[in-house]
Write a protein that binds this ligand. Sequence first.
Ligand code: HEM
Length: 162
Amino acid sequence: KTGLNPVLLPLEWLLGTWESDEPGEGCFPTIKPFRYTETLNFSHVGQPVINFMFNAFHAESKKPLHRECGFIRLQSGTNRVAFIIAQNSGLVEIEEGELTGKQLNLQTHALARISFAKEPHVQQISRVFQLRPDGRLEQTVSMATDNQPLMTQHLHITYRRS
Ligand code: HEM
């Protein structure tokens, strides 16, 4: 097994596969609330980079819905973190933020989308990942869109290690 690059030690707690323990909750002022399940995978190949895949499904029909994949980088010797993300909705994004203990706080730093992406367009995203004392991982995502310029929660979910 390839050794962990020491730059990644502060994020070692994130590595592995996580599955939603109970369905996550999706909401936004402009949509019908929904429930979803999600599997997260964080891996490495010895580089100072984490590779990730997030795959979400409709909680009842189990149909695949949202998918994201990308890379996580830590600025060596600091608590600065960058997520480089591609989403199946046609969005590409860089989120940056800080690692504080076992919590990651991220915000959109750059965002682009395919020319025929569905509207309304998202304009800003923020998310928090937190490893809870009970060993569960929690993710909360807020966003602002063309129609909803105030940052508003879209997703909340907890995962357990699988
Ligand atoms: C709706 C963005 C993650 C499920 C939306 C909308 C946007 C959006 C802009 C349209 C809101 C409106 O009509 O006013 C995002 C972004 C995500 C994300 C930027 C990640 C950072 C997810 C995930 C799921 C999900 C993980 C899980 C299944 C949905 C559903 C709707 C929706 C079911 C409502 C129906 C639809 O418009 O397709 N999302 N979303 N989203 N999102 Fe997300």
